[in-house]
Design a protein around this ligand. Structure first.
Ligand code: FES
Ligand SMILES: [Fe+2]
Length: 440
């Protein structure tokens, strides 16, 4: 357990907060490209407690600017998308994609007042279906050369969903390899042929054992946590009765992403992005090393569980997450259906908007969570001591040279689990014929 003061420091992310300053030093997912697909590409964005509006101008370029008009504060999400910018419907002030006011049609003709009016604006870039924003000082960092960014658009599908809780508890479930044996337990195994686009439904590595059975039968993973140039690698070993070891490698990319295996073909890179202190979006990039991603199927699977435009899950606290005691007795550990996202959502939301960490009791299986909090505290200290160069991926190395990360499930027969997961990763990359997945 930690003090209330420390809990506040590592969870609260508004402007001029300790953790908020750290998150602002990294590119943040701000919207899905899908959200700009309609006739009028203008969407509200609430990110790190700031209210913004994202739009595409007539040159096709993106702008992310303050949501409230700097004149008298009305909502620019209702602005007129015209003249290569966004025009406030109240008095017609016009803003370009950099947030500069370029026209004030109601002011005297010779007025140059607009030259002094510039609203908040942040740089944005689009990568494989997600629009990222940089909200920190100075030049943004380079993107790591991760698989989700290197793979062609055809091999990456992006989606998001809202969770009504603080970002840190959302991230912490993603670096907790033990929970999958319980929270996501299926009391019966589905045919792995039905597994496309779903997590934990494939066969475990190159065995005939469904992942669901392996997780159920071996609930006490041995967990190793290692520092990497991008954050942390988390290795969960499950020692099987026949002497083999199941090895699952997942990653934490600082500050708030994870990369995990989804199936033998795909990995998931997922950010837990603060909307504000008490809400967050997960943004996922599903990256295929095999065939192009069936985006229509994956989108349709997920839209069935979410409502637009807010990507709010249909199962939520207001309807008990669909809890069914009969299902809990016979089919799933939670009684909340087969979509494991709902299980995770229940776990993190039911902790309360910001988990009270003054009353928690961490165990051995929480090793990665403990390690991550240390890294976050170190990053907070570095910024407070004016040493941004000490932050992960800011430390003089070239982030663009960082590849991977390795995220896979393998079976090891000789105890050398590191060699096993490296060999498994090499084989997957060598077999990737549609794009260059090679790493050093
Ligand atoms: S409030 Fe926007 S132009 Fe007046
Ligand atoms: Fe989970």
């Amino acid at each position: 357990m930690i003090s209330q003061d420390l809990n506040d420091r590592i969870t609260r992310i508004g402007p001029a907060t300790a953790a908020g300053d750290v998150l602002r030093r990294y590119w943040q997912p701000a919207a899905l490209l899908d959200e700009l697909a309609g006739q009028r590409p203008v969407v509200p964005v609430r990110l790190l407690g700031e209210d913004l509006v994202l739009f595409r101008d007539s040159e096709g370029k993106l702008g992310l600017i303050g949501r409230h008009c700097p004149h008298r504060g009305v909502d620019l999400c209702f602005g007129r998308l015209e003249d290569n910018g966004l025009r406030c419907p109240f008095h017609g002030w016009h803003f370009n994609r950099d947030g500069q006011c370029v026209e004030q049609p109601g002011e005297p003709e010779a007025s140059l007042m607009h030259e002094k009016i510039k609203t908040t604006s942040y740089p944005v870039v689009e990568r494989n279906g997600i629009i990222f924003a940089y909200m920190g000082p100075g030049e943004p960092p380079a993107f790591p050369n991760f698989d989700c960014f290197r793979a062609p658009d055809t091999h990456v599908f992006a989606f998001k969903g809202l969770w009504e809780c603080n970002w840190l508890q959302a991230l912490e479930i993603g670096i907790d390899p033990a929970h999958a044996s319980f929270l996501h337990r299926f009391l019966q195994d589905e045919d792995p042929k039905e597994s496309y686009g779903k997590q934990f439904r494939d066969k475990a590595a190159n065995t005939e054992i469904p992942m669901t059975q392996l997780l159920r039968d071996y609930p006490r993973p041995e967990i190793h946590v290692e520092d990497t140039e991008f954050g942390m690698r988390i290795i969960a070993l499950r020692h099987l009765e026949d002497g083999r070891t199941h090895v699952r490698v997942t990653n934490q990319t600082f500050p708030e992403a994870i990369t995990i295996p989804m199936s033998r073909e795909m990995i998931i890179t997922q950010w837990h992005v603060p909307v504000d202190d008490e809400n967050c979006y997960w943004y996922s990039m599903f990256t295929s090393f095999g065939a192009p991603v069936n985006k229509d199927l994956m989108r349709e699977q997920r839209l069935r569980e979410h409502s637009l435009p807010g990507y709010a899950p249909l199962k939520n606290a207001r309807n008990n997450y669909g809890f069914d005691p009969d299902e809990q007795a016979e089919l799933t550990y939670t009684g909340m259906g087969l979509d494991i996202n709902v299980h995770d959502q229940w776990a993190v939301e039911s902790m309360g908007a910001i988990q009270d960490r003054t009353t928690e009791h961490l165990g051995k299986t929480d090793a990665a969570i403990i390690h991550f909090r240390r890294k976050l505290r170190a990053a907070i200290d570095a910024l407070e001591n004016n040493k941004p160069q000490d932050l992960p991926m800011w430390n003089g190395g070239d982030a663009a040279k960082i590849t991977g990360p390795i995220a896979n499930d393998t079976i090891c027969s000789d105890g050398n689990w590191r060699a096993a997961y490296e060999a498994g990763d090499r084989a997957r990359r060598t077999g990737c014929s549609d794009w260059d997945a090679a790493i050093d």
